[in-house]
Design a protein around this ligand. Structure first.
Ligand code: FAD
Ligand code: FES
Length: 295
């Protein structure tokens, strides 16, 4: 496998907030259920404010790798909210319990220790940075992938940048977290029809992209690989620029293990943890690289 030294985004991507060296202990502030997911918040006393699209490597201070049981390595999570307080930045993460790591994090209680490294990776770019003529943004999220779009939406709204948000869910058990958007004007879809349009969120996106006013929009997506690939192809067909937050298996999160390699459109690979997780749609060969994401 050949790895590129300088992927395209490295030269042209946005600046990013760099993680302080080492792992920090944060106290969990809250852990609440939201539909089939959980929102865990923790106070990061010493870290910087993250940018939308960045992620943290998380592990629980206790019940992590004990008695020779998984999980041994920290797990990657997009930051879903970040609020500066006099005592530090309160970070929020949206979790779906799919295995030993997310299970242990989902069981954290107020005051428990959460070990974090971050913020890591490259964030979303502003619409104008992607396209100087951009008038606004369309955010498209699927399932647990709505996490980085929630903080992106709040950031765009804070800058007065127009945006529209579309969210899709598989079924009621795999839905939640909409309160993170702190707004009601969200287009919804669900495969089981329990909320909004019965079908895929990409049906809503296709309709929106047919509208005249979307000619100068930038699409931002995060969700299951098949959804992201549909978004990527839809945008490519219509020459609409898009940025996608991808997942791949991450062991270290900071460029050391090469476990997160994703093929680039023009050959070679990027390490998603340092050159992503946010990538331009035209930068990658596919949004469904081997071993990516979970449904
Ligand atoms: C940049 C980034 C941001 C993420 N943000 C979030 C988030 O905000 N919320 C959230 O709930 N999860 C998020 N994830 C996914 C999360 O890190 C993984 O689901 C994690 O591996 C779960 O750990 P686990 O020990 O619970 O389950 P594991 O034992 O790691 O996996 C459980 C099951 O899910 C499958 N699976 C899960 N994740 C992956 C993956 N990345 N690649 C391949 N297969 C996978 C496995 O095949 C297995 O069947 C993110 C991942 C990345 C890379
Ligand atoms: S997760 Fe180790 S290099 Fe990307």
């Amino acid at each position: 496998m050949s790895l590129p030294v300088e992927p395209a985004q490295q030269a042209s991507g946005p600046d990013r907030t760099l993680a302080p060296l080492g792992r920090r202990r944060c106290a969990v502030v809250s852990n609440t259920a939201t539909g089939g997911y959980r929102i865990v918040t923790a106070l990061d006393r010493d870290g910087p404010d993250p940018d939308p699209g960045q992620f943290y490597m998380l592990s629980a201070e206790r019940s992590w790798g004990g008695d020779g049981r998984r999980p041994w390595l920290p797990r990657a999570f997009s930051v879903a909210e970040a609020d500066r307080t006099p005592n530090g930045v309160r970070l929020g993460f949206l979790l779906e319990d799919v295995g030993p790591g997310t299970g242990a994090l989902a069981r954290l209680a107020e005051g428990d220790g959460l070990l974090i490294t971050g913020p890591l990776g490259r964030p979303f770019s502003s619409p104008r940075r992607v396209n100087p003529d951009a008038a606004g943004a369309i955010l498209v999220g699927g399932g647990i992938g709505l996490a980085p779009l929630a903080i992106l939406r709040r950031s765009l709204a804070g800058q007065g940048i127009p945006q529209r948000t579309l969210l899709g869910f598989r079924d009621e058990a795999h839905a939640g977290g909409m309160e993170l958007f702190r707004c009601s004007d969200v287009g919804l879809a669900s495969e089981d029809g329990h909320v909004g349009h019965r079908g895929y969120v990409t049906d809503l996106l296709a309709r929106m992209l047919e509208g005249d006013e979307t000619g100068s929009a930038v699409v931002y997506g995060c969700g299951p690989p098949a959804m992201l690939e549909a978004v990527r192809l839809m945008c490519a067909e219509r020459s609409v620029p898009c940025e996608l937050a991808l997942e791949s298996p991450m062991a270290c999160g900071f460029g050391a293990c090469f476990g997160c390699a994703v093929p680039l459109a023009d050959g070679g690979y990027m390490r998603l943890c340092v050159d992503g997780p946010v990538v331009r749609g035209d930068q990658i060969e596919t949004a469904m690289p081997a071993g990516s994401g979970h449904r």
